[in-house]
Design a protein around this ligand. Structure first.
Ligand code: TYM
Length: 329
């Protein structure tokens, strides 16, 4: 049985990028693997959330995990900050991370551009904390979207570096994973870049039918193909990327043929995408609304998850400390 680890930051409601890049894979993997899925609340501190917002977002994501179909009996579902072993191992692994390589990380350079007045040390060492989240359970696979590929590469580097420095084989080198396919990037509805929480370009699992329809119908398009079988511009390719994840292969073929023969009507395409998104998300939305009311249940799940996650994490931390040279006497 393979061990699987992944997490999502609680910085707002989950969107289709989180769902198709990560959560849907969590659900598919839960039956056949030893899974650890968590709410990455420590990671969300880099943007200094207000305490009430942080607490509300953690509750929301936990509800969204369960509403989407994660079974807390099958997987270990926990909140990162409930596992102090992670913070302790973060101190230890930081000693093996070089400032130069951290400064060259794409996500760090991106943040330096976007939040110039808050370039904190937590942002710099973000990939170290992420590597600890993963390595502390010694998994083989990490289901994530395309944007996390470099972080996974760094996780492998730290695993290798630790093993080499101490001459051990403690850590495996886990792979980023997408069920049956390459890692994916769900585009935003604004025609550029990926769908994100703060980009104002997303469709959220909690959105209602009207909101989803309005957002999709407003998505950018062009004036249509002028010659048969021409290459799609990015805005149109983005719509087809969405179509491919939410609709059946027949439907995708139908619209591809229409595009290639210059007969496509973007209104029809968008209507189809909106309808098929709703088929997936509306049942989840109903569950989210129910589950997030049930604070007692959520607390019970989080407590159980923390116990299971700590049991696994403390075993690795014990080994790490012994290897480093603590616990000598
Ligand atoms: P985060 O919270 O930004 O996103 C959570 C997951 O959703 C995926 N994702 C996407 N996938 C495809 N298209 C998109 N537009 C899109 N937007 C988001 C992300 O790839 C991710 O899988 N650093 C991580 C959280 C984290 C983590 C970990 C993940 C912390 N520790 C350990 C795995 C293992 C992050 O910020 O993801």
């Amino acid at each position: 049985m393979e061990t699987v680890v992944s997490g999502i930051r609680p910085t707002g409601n989950l969107h289709l990028g989180n769902y198709f890049g990560a959560l849907r894979n969590f659900i598919k993997m839960q039956n056949e693997n030893r899974c650890f899925f968590f709410v990455a609340d420590l990671h969300s501190l880099t943007t200094h959330p207000k305490p009430d917002d942080l607490a509300g977002n953690v509750k929301q994501i936990l509800s969204e995990y369960i509403a989407s179909g994660l079974d807390p009996e099958k997987v270990t579902l926990f909140i990162q900050s409930d596992v102090p072993e992670i913070s302790e191992m973060y101190v230890l692994l930081n000693m093996l991370a070089y400032v130069g390589e951290l400064e060259r990380t794409v996500s760090f350079k991106d943040k330096v551009r976007k939040q110039q007045n808050n370039v904190n040390a937590g942002l710099l060492t973000y990939p170290v904390l992420m590597a600890v989240d993963i390595l502390i359970h010694r998994p083989g696979k990490v289901p994530v979207g395309k944007d996390q590929e470099q972080h996974l590469e760094m996780t492998r580097i730290y695993a290798r570096r630790f093993n080499n420095l101490y001459g051990v084989k403690l850590f495996p080198e886990p792979d980023a994973y997408n069920f049956g396919n390459d890692l994916i990037k769900i585009p935003g509805l604004d025609g550029a870049g990926k769908m994100g929480k703060s980009e104002n370009n997303g469709i959220f699992l909690i959105d209602d039918e009207q909101t989803i329809t309005k957002k999709v119908m407003r998505a950018l398009t062009d004036s249509g193909p002028v010659a048969p079988n021409t290459e799609m511009p990015e805005v149109i390719r983005n719509l087809f990327t969405l179509l491919k994840v939410v609709s059946s292969p027949d439907t995708v073929q139908y619209f591809t043929d229409k595009y290639n023969s210059c007969q496509i009507r973007y209104g029809e395409l968008k209507k189809q995408i909106a309808e098929d998104i709703c088929k997936i998300t509306l049942p989840i939305r109903r569950q989210i609304i129910d589950i997030r009311e049930n604070t007692e249940y959520l607390n019970k799940i989080a407590k159980l998850g923390a116990e299971k996650a700590r049991e696994s994490a403390s075993k690795t931390l014990y080994e790490v400390k012994k290897i480093i040279g603590f616990n000598r006497f």
